[in-house]
Ligand binder design. Sequence first.
Ligand code: ATP
Ligand code: MG
Length: 551
Amino acid sequence: MSEQENNASKAEVEQLTEKVEEVILDAEGKPLSKKALKKLEKEREKEQKKQERLAREAAERAAREANEVDYAVDNYGVAKLNMSQQKSSTKWTEVKDLGESLVGQTVHIQARLHTSRAVGAKMCFLVLRESTSTAQAVVSVDKDSISKQMVKFIASLPSESIVSIVATVTKPAEPIKSCTVGDAELQISKLFVTSEVKTMLPFSLEDASRSEADVEKDPSLNRVNLDTRLNNRVIDLRTTTNNAIFKIQAAVSQLFREFLEKQSFTEIHTPKIIGTASEGGSNVFKVTYFKQDAFLAQSPQLYKQACIAADFGRVYEIAPVFRAEDSNTHRHLTEYIGLDLECAFREHYHEVMYMIGDMFVYIFKNLEERWAHELEIVRKQYPSEKIKFDEKPLRLEYKDAVALLRKAGEEIGDFDDFSTPQEKLLGRLVKQEYDTDFYMLDKFPLAVRPFYTMPDPENPQYSNSYDFFLRGEEIMSGAQRVHDADFLRQRIESFGIDTESLKDYIKAFEYGCPPHAGGGVGLERVVMFYLGVGNIRRTSLFPRDPKRLEP
Ligand code: ATP
Ligand code: MG
């Protein structure tokens, strides 16, 4: 006898033994009658048949489903690679334009799949994202156009896929709080993938969009640190917050341009590759220029002044500025965007200084009015108070600031430059005393300003120069410039700089030049302090700092 046969009969024996025990005892331990035993066996057979029937039905169903014709095949899938094969009269709608007024209409939308959540096998909720806008969409099985397979396909798409959908706009029962479009929902009838996500994302956009408060409240949520974000900047920039930050950055330069154009300024473009380090300092990048060395401009200072000498009257430039400073701080980059301006005046540099003050007020007011949507988005992730400022900005003198600091216990000499902590403290003191986040500090000590700064005729230890501050930190430096060639030479020599190295610059003034003043603003700084996002790298598209040259 084989071992198997042997085992089989053993099993039979076991079964028999079991039966015997059952026959003898019922639940109360009493022996069962023959009738009861028969009934029991019948029940058992019935149960077995039922199980067999269920299994057979399940198998049949699976087989049917496997062969089932998918009645929705034409309504979903991966689209052919777009090589511009097709032109149609389709009218595409942007996510930002969805709303109650479109209820009942059929729309075509191309957007990112932000998130998806399946509810059973028959329904799936999606959030679609386009730039700073998000909307909720839903797809659910019906009898003739949306199959289970279609819902399964959609539910399994990775986040960040780009999808083209056809949908009907409906009014949600309750306003959708989690999306920027709250008063409309999309009932999907077709969905095709325009661009697939082929590798795992380094972090989810949901995680990258969380506020610090959210993560603190729920430590199980992922925090995406700044370095990880910057290493994967393309993904990071996709968040609605970052889209909004860079719309605001663009808005600041647009408003800068808008205001100055209204004041008859001319936009200029000065060279960024220069033969001599423009301001003499050591903070210039040297580059190889064929057989000689060249430098990257650390400001357009000398050229914008040259334009004044060339009778342009009022000029501005929006362009990169390079600083070879090993400053690893929250507010220093090695390449930033300079908003520079220079302006001839008739009598007093205050004509220019106050105009620049008005320019900032114009920028701040228009941001709140015209970019309210973007500001609201940024403030969700980076909550901050709106900045306070006066219609006519506050002007303080340097010596008043020194007095304020001393009153608060700081030790500072009359002509010392402020340290960053002192600058911030001053910001808090000014806020307490004058209730403003924006002010102009005038009459800096001459010794802490560059050679081209005009001294104060009443007290030559001071100068006709100013810095502007936003939330307690510097956003602009400016001054009246020395426009007299002889005086300029004298000033350059007093700095120990060889006048020969600046001969072209000085020459511009030899032939006469109107009195003028101007300033240089850091674009990323304005955006950073305005939004209160705490680090300049957040307001620079692809930041460059002493430790970062990539991506
Ligand atoms: P800070 O004292 O903050 O280093 P700075 O006085 O050296 O600045 P300026 O030469 O006065 O800078 O430059 C004019 C403006 O350009 C500054 O007010 C600031 O807004 C911006 N800026 C200067 N340096 C940087 C930098 N490294 N990164 C970003 N912005 C800068
Ligand atoms: Mg400065």
